[in-house]
Write a protein that binds this ligand. Structure first.
Ligand code: NDP
Length: 600
């Protein structure tokens, strides 16, 4: 037994309880329990926001094609524009820019990272978020503003999915084909297609039989619900609504559904952690007093704090910065070398237990009914799931029209009929089912094969990566010239992922600008550069599989079946990675510029 600020900690009892809660949730079908919102369920992924527009196919040539118009693609395009590139084409399946913020417009949608460090290019476009944790619509409009500011709407292909990228060696450019009949050429291609993009549904037996209204949170049906993302969902006033899923999305959508629905049933399998949010309007005096360069400084500071790097003062203090030691288990960075590994592991575990005890105590404090409070308590280590924050979610269960349905004994919902949802022996009649059940992981872009890439000599990218991705710095691969990947791939990560994308975008734009300046024939890493990078990833990689294996199932650990592969990310962390990239850029880039004057 150890004392902490939240009382005594019995680590043995906590470990036993965590193992029990994990074991009873592990399903033999693991990640196969889900169905993609495709094929038979494709209507769940249909765009409810922008009417389909016919257009003629493109057969022209562009300098740079950017696939994906979320923040990654926008930042890449903005950096290229700043570097003087005129011919940039943005392509996206959505009807406009914004990526995740285009699709996710559900009631209550907000950024859960402080908007002053999350929303990029605030100073560049002259914007200031209205709140500390901005609403989704404000973030989506910010994406539009970036596109307008950098004149990126000039040549866009929305409602378009690329179906093939093939390298044309003679012309030294990519031939791009799409599902709209386009066939055009691009000298450079940047893929920024995101990670959690394809909505997924639970493979509930009978799901297709349900005759009431259903939709996924990332395709909200306001025609049915009425209201806006700020609430007032008058269409639900006489409805019995079920929401399935209590992840980061469930936490945001439940409070507004609770206010509007006649009756709300929240189907929970594993509770999220729900820590204090503390949102507030932006203080105009604070904003007016900010010095030029403030945003970059704040972003760097937040990244450094989360990466465990020393800083004089933490500028953002919130639930993320308070749990840095706990995040190390998933998102790596600097570690305290004054402790042995075993000492560090024990200190982390005690810290974790104290945090989780506090979070469990908060549930008891805020939820009136003791049985409901008990079911809402999370029993796992802090980073087993995406941490959650809300000052409204737990309180929603005190409303007379809201019921929590704990499905954990049955390992989730067991069936659906024309009118009902079944959990074990119990059956619940509902009018509407909202699926807050998340997204397929790793399906988008080149990794999934949904965008086939054929490089030099007719070699497929996935064929070339049959034994795992092979890149230099996570950006490019030998045999696939002038092709750049943005996102989480053999590089460093952070919860403030847009910051990560911004650094990547600036790097890629700098490499393209240098290639053009030096008249390089192409950008393509040498085999040696690629191998050196893979070796470094292996040598510095930290193995999180033991931590992952003890977690309750979820998408972080492949539903309890798979651990994060060591070496997949750059474990020394983002500050170290960005420093490494900056230093590399100061060199001659000879390991990627082929046929450049300065590099030859
Ligand atoms: P998640 O995958 O995190 O959550 C899915 C939910 O559905 C879980 O609670 C899961 O339970 C539940 N579920 C799945 N199948 C069943 C079933 N058969 N019966 C009952 N329940 C079921 O998806 P989210 O959309 O909530 O979040 C995805 C990610 O998107 C987040 O982790 C975060 O990275 C991001 N996000 C970010 C936000 C932000 O503000 N920045 C806001 C929202 C999302 P179980 O846990 O037991 O599997």
């Amino acid at each position: 037994m150890t004392e902490s600020t939240t009382g005594p900690i019995d680590l043995d009892a906590i470990r036993e309880k965590y193992a029990h809660e994990r074991d009873r949730r592990i399903r033999p079908d693991g990640a196969r329990q889900y169905r993609s919102a495709a094929g038979e369920f494709g209507y769940y992924a249909k765009d409810p926001y922008t009417p389909f527009t016919e257009r003629d196919p493109k057969t022209d040539r562009v300098e740079v094609l950017v696939i994906g118009a979320g923040f990654g693609g926008l930042l890449a395009a903005a950096s290229l524009r700043t570097a003087g590139v005129e011919s940039i084409r943005l392509m996206d399946e959505a009807g406009d820019v914004g990526g995740t913020w285009y699709w996710n417009r559900y009631p209550g949608v907000r950024c859960d990272i402080e908007s002053y460090v999350y929303m990029p290019l605030l100073e560049e476009v002259g914007a200031m978020p209205t709140e500390r944790y901005a609403q989704g619509e404000e973030i989506r409009r910010h994406a539009v503003r970036i596109a307008e500011h950098y004149d990126l709407y000039r040549d866009t292909l929305f409602q378009t999915r690329s179906t093939s990228l093939a390298w044309n060696e003679d012309a030294g450019e990519w031939t791009v084909e799409t599902d709209r009949g386009d066939r055009f050429a691009a000298r450079y291609v940047i893929t920024a297609t995101g990670t959690l993009t394809q909505p997924k549904l639970p493979g509930i037996p009978g799901i297709e039989r349900f005759e009431g209204h259903t939709f996924h949170t990332s395709r909200w049906d306001y025609d049915y619900s009425g209201g806006t993302a700020e609430g007032g969902l008058t269409g639900l006033a006489d409805k019995k609504v079920a929401v399935i899923g209590t992840g980061a999305t469930g936490l945001q959508v439940v409070p507004l559904l609770a206010e509007s629905a006649g009756e709300l049933l929240v189907f929970q399998r594993t509770p999220s952690t729900v820590d204090v949010r503390g949102n507030r309007p932006t203080d105009p005096d604070w904003a007016a007093a900010l010095e030029p360069g403030w945003q970059r400084e704040r972003m760097e500071n937040f990244l450094a704090v989360l990466a465990g790097e020393p800083v004089a003062e933490s500028l953002v203090t919130d639930g993320w910065t308070a749990t840095v030691g706990l995040q190390r288990n998933i998102i790596t960075g600097a570690v305290d070398d004054t402790l042995t590994e075993a000492e560090r592991a024990l200190a982390d575990e005690l810290d974790d237990a104290a945090t989780m005890n506090r979070i469990r105590a908060r549930v008891e404090e805020l939820v009136a009914d003791p049985a409901t409070a008990e079911a809402l308590k999370p029993w796992y280590r802090y980073m087993c799931k995406r941490p959650g924050f809300s000052d409204h979610y737990l309180q929603a269960f005190n409303r007379p029209n809201v019921t929590l349905v704990d499905t954990s004994d049955a390992q989730g919902i067991t069936g659906m009929t024309e009118k009902t949802i079944i959990v074990g022996d119990a059956e619940y009649e509902v009018d509407c089912v909202v699926f807050a059940t998340g997204f397929d992981t790793g399906v988008s872009g080149v990794m999934s094969g949904t965008l086939p890439v054929t490089g030099r000599g007719g070699r497929g990218l996935l064929e070339s990566w049959a034994r795992g991705p092979r890149t230099f710095h996570g950006f490019y691969s030998h045999g696939f010239p002038n092709l750049f990947h943005l996102g989480a791939l053999q590089n460093a990560n952070s919860v403030n992922f847009v910051h990560i994308l911004q650094e990547q975008a600036e790097h890629v734009a700098a490499v393209i600008a240098r290639a053009e300046h030096e008249g390089a024939q192409r950008v393509e890493p040498t085999v040696e550069a690629e191998e050196g990078w893979l070796r470094l990833l292996r040598e510095t990689g930290r193995d999180a599989s033991a931590f992952q294996a003890e977690c309750t199932p979820g998408y972080y650990n492949g539903e309890g079946t798979r651990a994060i592969t060591p070496g997949f990310t750059y474990s020394p962390g983002p500050i170290s990675f960005h420093r490494l990239l900056r230093e590399w850029r100061r060199g001659d880039m000879s390991d990627v510029l082929v046929g450049a004057e300065a590099a030859s």
